[in-house]
Design a protein around this ligand. Structure first.
Ligand SMILES: Nc1nc2c(c(=O)[nH]1)N[C@H]1C(S)=C(S)[C@@H](COP(=O)(O)O)O[C@H]1N2
Ligand SMILES: [Mo]
Length: 320
């Protein structure tokens, strides 16, 4: 596929200021993080794999679902992450996922459960049939920050249809790789490993839901969930599970990693909803990374036209 190399600092002029603002803050973060990790053989603060070695996608199909809001910088998207398999600090994933995924291994995804066409797919075969789209989505983390990310990928529905789910398939469960050697965070019990997420069947089939294999025109870095991750833009970020190795059709609602960790704080649905607070903080406002002033959080993260009907008649305070 690919093939032209573009460096992250080759960014449009409009993004330069944003980057500077972020960088000042990041320098501060770096100092505190390195100080706390005296024992770890910390590589230099980097972006994971050398960016100019990343595969570049071309001939991307633009998407009508894209926002035209200003994109968050590549730098911020790839160094300010949540990926607890590599540690709970925002910079841990970019520091410790530099060799992830191990390129000597062939990445496989198992698709099974309530379907007529289960199988184990190698990454290349899984991705080959799809036309890659660029979709610029707002993403809202439950912690109160947000980004605008130019994802590359394809609709999850297209992938699921190939597996031919049967009539018992009410939910889809997703599982991240379990490999404590590659993912040192799995040696600590902050969450029950492997990380599991789930969607109701109609949420999974919604055209907004995508499998992402890249961003900013390039293949995904480890810290963003390489080689493929889910993207569900109307739900809090933790639903967008990274580095998926298993997709299973199930009859019962899956028990997700965050529900197991704290069912009072993290519900199955986790739709972005400014009217339902997290038990320990308000969800009314958010800080867009790179901006100073907070902005109002939108119902369904602004995607209500596409997804509100999925929840008609449901009490969203109860099914949070
Ligand atoms: N496997 C796995 N997936 C995960 C997480 C994680 O810790 N492990 N963190 C989630 C959270 S809380 C957020 S906000 C998003 C962040 O995605 P990004 O770092 O690519 O922006 O990933 C989600 N997916
Ligand atoms: Mo998050």
């Amino acid at each position: 596929m690919l093939i032209r190399r573009r460096k992250p600092w080759d960014l449009p002029e409009s993004e330069v200021t944003d980057y500077k603002v972020y960088k000042n803050r990041r320098q501060f973060l770096n100092t505190s993080i390195t100080a706390g990790l005296a024992l770890a053989a910390a590589p230099s603060i980097g972006l994971g794999k050398p960016v100019d070695e990343l595969q570049v996608y071309k001939d991307l199909k633009p998407s009508p679902f894209s926002t035209d809001e200003e994109k968050t910088t590549f730098e911020a998207i790839t160094t300010y992450n949540n990926f607890y398999e590599f540690g709970t600090g925002k910079e841990d994933p970019s520091l410790y996922a530099t060799e992830f995924p191990d390129e000597s291994q062939i990445w496989k995804v198992e698709i099974d459960g309530e379907c007529d066409n289960p199988g184990v797919y190698e990454y290349d075969d899984l991705v080959k049939p799809f036309t890659m789209e660029e979709r610029i989505y707002r993403m809202r983390c439950v912690e109160g920050w947000s980004m605008v990310i130019p994802w590359i990928g394809f609709p999850l529905a297209e992938l699921l249809k190939r597996a031919k789910p049967n009539s018992k398939a009410k939910y889809v469960e997703f599982t991240t790789l379990y490999d404590p050697e590659q993912m040192p965070g799995q040696n600590r019990d902050v969450l029950e490993w492997p990380y599991v997420e789930g969607l109701r069947m109609d949420e999974a089939m919604n055209p907004l839901t995508m499998i992402s294999v890249g961003l900013y025109g390039k293949e995904l870095l480890g810290q963003n969930g390489a080689p493929l991750r889910l993207v569900v833009p109307w739900k809090y970020g933790f639903k967008s599970i990274k580095s998926v190795v298993r997709i299973r059709f199930v009859e019962e609602m899956p028990q997700t990693a965050w529900m197991k960790a704290n069912a009072n704080e993290y519900g199955f649905y986790s739709n972005v909803n400014p009217n339902v607070n997290h038990p320990r903080w308000s969800q009314r406002r958010e800080r867009r990374i790179g901006e100073f002033l907070k902005r109002d959080t939108l119902m369904f993260n602004g995607y209500g036209d596409y997804v509100a009907e999925l929840y008609s008649g449901m009490d969203l305070k109860r099914y949070f």
